[in-house]
Design a protein around this ligand. Structure first.
Ligand code: BGC
Length: 765
C-alpha cells in the first residue's frame, strides 16, 4: 500500500511538472490515491470489464455533461452535440426533455458509439415537472414531510415519463438571509427541519433506490456546500464561516441527504474557506466521502469547473485538474475535462467508474430506453390527480400572518374588489424553476374567484405595475406591463374598492424576483404596490393581502395597517384554486414560517437559532446602551420562525417533563395538551426546542429538535408528547467532536419559536 501510495505521489508530481499545475492540486490528489480499492460486486465487475475496453478519451467522455437548448439555465452553450455524442465524448445531457428527443439521443449513444454506453439525462425538477407544486420554501412551510414525499414522487414520475433519469434536486442549502433569491428553492433557515425535508425529497425521487421500475430516478443533492450563506445574500459570492458553524448549522441537511442514499451531489459555485467548492478537496473528499460515506458521484454546477479561472485559483487549462483532484467527477457544460485533462488515468478511472456505476444502478445497461415510452409520457404527465395533489399541497403551505377581527375567512355574501398586479397573472403563480409548467393552463386568482362567485360578483382592477420603474427588477420579464398612467390605474382601483365590502389585494414579488441570480437589496413591498396599498387603506374597507413571495419580506407597514395577510408564496399549477378555497374557509391555513421575516432588510441575516452574546439584551428594554441591539429598530423579527395563525384557536396546557434529570442512554418525555378551542377544524404544528445552557463552546439560544402536525376538530384536544433522547443533546464542540455535555438544558414547547413554555433538566455525568 505504502509503495503504491509513494509511486502515485511521484507520478502526480511528475504530471504536475509536465502540465504546470499548482502544488496545491498535487497535495489534494494524494488524498484520492489513498482511497480504498474497488469492491468486487457484480456492478463493479461489470464496470471493470467495460472500462478495460475503454480508451482514455472515452473515459473522459463519460465525465462530460453537455447542455441542450430545450431550457436555458446558464450563459454557456455546447455546440456540435451530435458529433461529440457519436465520438463517445458525452456521458450525460441536461436540459433536453421529452421522450422523442431523449430516445433518439439515447439511440445514438447506444447504437452509434463504439461501446454503446447509455447516457444520463438530467433536468432541474425542483418543484414539479409539468404539474407544478409550490416552491420548496413553501413546501417546507407545510411541516409535512409525507406530503413532500408525495409531491416529489409525482414530480419524479412525470419527469421519468418524459425520458429523464436524473433530477437536480433536492436543493438543501440552509439560508439565513432573505436577500438571497435562491432561498426560494430550499427549506429555509433551520438545520433540523431542512434535514427532515432533505430526506423526504430524496425518498420521493429515489424511492428505495433500487430503480427496479421506471418511476424513480437519480436524485442530486445540491449545492455542496454553503451556497445559501452567500455574503450579503448576493448570489455566487463567497460563504465564510467557522467549521463549528458549518458542522452544526449548515451541514446537517447535506448529510441527511447522503444518509438517505442520494445518488449524486452537485458542487456549489461559491468559495469556501479560500477555495471554490468545485476545487475543494476537503469538502468533497474528506467531509462528503470520508466522513459521511457518500458513495455516488459528484457533478460540478453549470460551468463551475471553468469558473475556477475567474475565481483566480488556476489557469483555464488547468482548472480541470483542480476539480478532478478535488473529487468532482463530472463537468457540467464547461468541457474542461474532455478538452484539457491529460495524463490523469487513475483519477479519471475513479470518476468514470462512479458515473458508470450510477448508470448500472439505474439499469440503463439492461434497458437504455426504460424511461423512453411515449405512451407513458402521454398518460402520466399533468394528470388531474397530480393537479389535485398540487392543489392540496398548496393549501398546506399557506401561512396566515395576520387576521384582525377574523376578517378571514370571507363569509360568502360580500362584494369583493380584487386588486393588484398579481391578481390576474397566470405564470407568476408557478414560481421560479418551474420546469415545463404551463402558464396557459394555470388559472389566475381572478379566474378562480370568478369561477366560484360568478363574474358579476367580482370587481377587478390591476391598480399598478410591480414597480414604478420597471428597471428596478432587472431580472424580470414582467407579466403584462400596463401602459396606463399611475394615476389612472390608481383611480380605477380606488373606485372599484369603494363599491366593495372587502378588498382582496394580490401583491408581492413576481416569480423571477427570487431564484437564481435574483438577489435583492430591499425586502419591502415594491414601491408602486406599497403606494397603492396606502391609498386603499384610506378608504376604510377591510383589506386582505394575498402575498406572493419567494423569500421573507419586510412588510412592516402592511402588518401595521392591513387587516389580514395570507402568505401564499408561489403555489404552483393549482395555486389559485387553493387560495380561493382558503379565503372562503374550506381550507383552514396551517403553514408556519421556516424563515424569519425581518422588520427591515438591515436586520439580515436574521434567524431564530442565533447565539447569545456577552451582552445580551435579555429582559432589558430596547434601546439599552452597551447591549446587543440596534439604535433604530427593536430587536424582534417581524414574524418569527415557526409562526403562523389559523382560523381556529389552539390552547396549550402546561408543559410537563417526565424527569428533571437524564442519564446517558435515558429518554425523557415532554408533553403538552393542545386543544382546539375555536369554531373550525384545524391543524396545529407543535414545536419542540432545546437549549444547552452551559457548554464548552457557545450554543444557540434555542434549536428546533422536533415537531408534530396535529389535526384537531373544533373542540377536540389531544396530548402531544416528544421523546428527548441523548443524541438530541449532541453538538460539534470547538474541536468538532460530536458530544453531549453534562449540565443544564432547557426544553421549550409551543406554537412558534417565540411563544414557548420552558422547563429545565440536567444531563448527569
Ligand atoms: C444552478 C443549478 C442547476 C444547474 C443546471 C445552475 O445554474 O445553480 O442549481 O441545477 O444550473 O440547470
Amino acid at each position: 500500500m505504502m509503495i503504491r501510495y509513494t509511486l502515485a505521489l511521484l507520478l502526480a508530481l511528475f504530471v504536475s511538472q509536465m502540465f504546470g499545475e499548482t502544488t496545491n492540486e498535487v497535495s489534494h490528489c494524494n488524498y484520492l490515491l489513498r482511497e480504498n480499492d474497488v469492491t468486487d460486486d457484480a456492478a463493479n465487475r461489470f464496470v471493470s470489464k467495460l472500462m478495460s475496453k475503454m480508451t482514455y478519451e472515452e473515459k473522459l467522455g463519460q465525465l462530460n455533461l453537455l447542455t441542450q437548448s430545450d431550457f436555458v439555465t446558464g450563459e454557456a452553450r455546447n455546440h456540435g452535440f451530435e458529433t461529440k455524442l457519436k465520438q463517445g465524448r458525452v456521458g450525460g445531457v441536461l436540459n433536453m426533455v421529452g421522450v422523442a428527443k431523449i430516445r433518439e439521443a439515447q439511440r445514438v449513444a447506444v447504437e452509434e458509439t463504439r461501446l454503446g454506453i447509455p447516457l444520463l439525462f438530467g433536468f432541474d425538477v425542483i418543484h414539479g415537472y409539468k404539474t407544478i407544486f409550490p416552491i420548496p420554501l413553501a413546501m417546507s412551510a407545510s411541516w409535512h414531510p409525507e406530503a413532500v414525499v408525495d409531491a416529489a414522487s409525482i414530480a419524479t414520475l412525470e419527469a421519468a415519463s418524459a425520458g429523464l433519469n436524473w433530477v437536480f434536486s433536492p436543493m438543501v442549502d440552509i439560508c439565513r438571509d432573505g436577500r438571497w433569491g435562491r432561498i426560494a428553492e430550499g427549506s429555509g433557515e433551520d438545520p433540523f427541519l431542512g434535514s427532515v425535508m432533505a430526506r423526504a425529497m430524496v425518498r420521493g425521487i429515489q424511492g428505495d433506490a433500487t430503480f427496479s421500475g421506471n418511476d424513480k430516478v437519480l436524485a442530486c443533492m445540491k449545492h455542496f456546500a454553503l451556497y445559501g450563506a452567500a455574503e450579503a445574500g448576493l448570489d455566487y459570492t463567497k460563504a465564510d464561516m467557522s467549521r463549528h458553524t458549518m458542522y452544526n448549522d449548515y451541514f446537517p441537511p447535506y448529510r441527511a441527504a447522503v444518509e438517505a442514499g442520494v445518488a449524486s451531489v452537485m458542487a456549489s459555485f461559491n468559495d469556501v474557506e479560500g477555495l471554490p467548492a468545485t476545487g475543494n478537496s476537503w469538502l468533497m473528499n474528506d467531509v462528503l466521502r470520508e466522513q459521511w460515506g457518500f458513495g455516488g458521484f459528484v457533478v460540478s454546477d453549470f460551468t463551475g469547473v471553468s469558473e475556477m479561472a475567474f475565481h483566480g485559483i488556476a489557469r483555464s487549462d488547468s482548472v480541470a485538474g483542480v476539480a478532478l483532484c478535488a473529487g468532482v467527477d463530472m463537468d457540467m457544460v464547461s468541457e474542461r475535462y474532455v478538452n484539457t485533462l491529460k495524463g490523469r488515468e487513475q483519477l479519471v478511472d475513479k470518476a468514470c467508474r462512479r458515473i458508470l456505476l450510477a448508470k448500472y444502478r439505474l439499469g440503463l445497461f439492461d434497458d437504455p430506453y426504460k424511461y423512453c415510452d411515449p405512451e407513458r409520457e402521454r398518460q402520466n404527465i399533468y394528470k388531474e390527480e397530480n393537479l389535485e395533489k398540487a392543489c392540496q399541497m398548496a393549501k398546506e403551505t399557506f401561512v396566515l400572518l395576520k387576521n384582525k377581527d377574523r376578517v378571514l375567512p370571507l363569509k360568502g355574501g360580500e362584494r369583493v374588489a380584487l386588486i393588484g398586479p398579481l391578481a390576474d397573472s397566470h405564470g407568476e403563480l408557478l414560481g421560479n424553476w418551474c420546469a415545463r409548467g404551463d402558464w396557459r393552463q394555470t388559472p389566475s386568482l381572478r379566474e378562480a374567484l370568478e369561477g366560484r362567485l360568478g363574474k358579476e360578483k367580482i370587481a377587478y382592477a390591476k391598480g399598478c405595475n410591480i414597480y414604478y420603474d420597471m428597471q428596478l427588477n432587472r431580472n424580470a420579464y414582467y407579466p403584462e406591463i400596463d401602459k396606463r398612467s399611475v394615476d389612472e390605474m390608481m383611480r380605477e382601483a380606488d373606485s372599484v374598492a369603494r363599491n366593495a365590502d372587502v378588498i382582496v389585494v394580490a401583491m408581492g414579488e413576481t416569480a423571477n424576483m427570487s431564484g437564481e441570480s435574483a438577489s435583492r437589496s430591499n425586502l419591502d413591498m415594491p414601491d408602486a404596490q406599497r403606494d397603492l396599498l396606502k391609498r386603499l387603506a384610506t378608504i376604510g374597507k377591510p383589506i386582505v393581502l394575498v402575498l406572493f413571495n419567494g423569500r421573507p419580506m419586510s412588510i412592516k407597514w402592511e402588518k401595521d395597517n392591513l387587516d389580514a395577510i395570507l402568505d401564499v408564496w408561489f403555489g404552483g399549477s393549482r395555486a389559485a384554486e387553493a387560495i380561493v378555497s382558503t379565503l372562503y374557509g374550506e381550507n383552514n391555513p396551517s403553514g408556519k414560517l421556516t424563515v424569519t421575516f425581518p422588520q427591515t432588510v438591515g436586520q439580515e441575516p436574521m434567524y431564530y437559532n442565533h447565539k447569545t452574546s456577552g451582552r445580551p439584551l435579555g429582559n432589558a428594554q430596547w434601546f439599552s446602551k452597551y447591549r446587543v441591539n440596534y439604535i433604530d429598530i427593536s430587536p424582534e423579527p417581524l414574524y418569527p420562525f415557526g409562526y403562523g395563525l389559523s382560523y381556529t384557536d389552539f390552547e396549550y396546557g402546561p408543559v410537563s417533563l417526565s424527569s428533571d434529570s437524564m442519564l446517558r442512554g435515558d429518554t425523557l418525555r415532554v408533553s403538552v395538551r393542545v386543544k382546539n378551542t375555536g369554531r373550525y377544524d384545524g391543524v396545529e404544528i407543535v414545536q419542540l426546542y432545546l437549549r444547552d445552557v452551559i457548554s464548552k463552546a457557545t450554543r444557540p439560544v434555542k434549536e428546533l429538535k422536533g415537531f408534530e402536525r396535529v389535526a384537531l376538530k373544533a373542540g377536540e384536544e389531544r396530548e402531544v408528547s416528544f421523546p428527548i433522547i441523548y443524541d438530541m443533546l449532541k453538538y460539534y464542540d470547538y474541536n468538532l467532536n460530536y458530544v453531549a455535555e453534562p449540565g443544564d438544558f432547557e426544553v421549550m414547547v409551543g406554537r412558534n419559536s417565540v411563544d414557548l413554555q420552558t422547563l429545565k433538566f440536567k444531563l448527569l455525568e
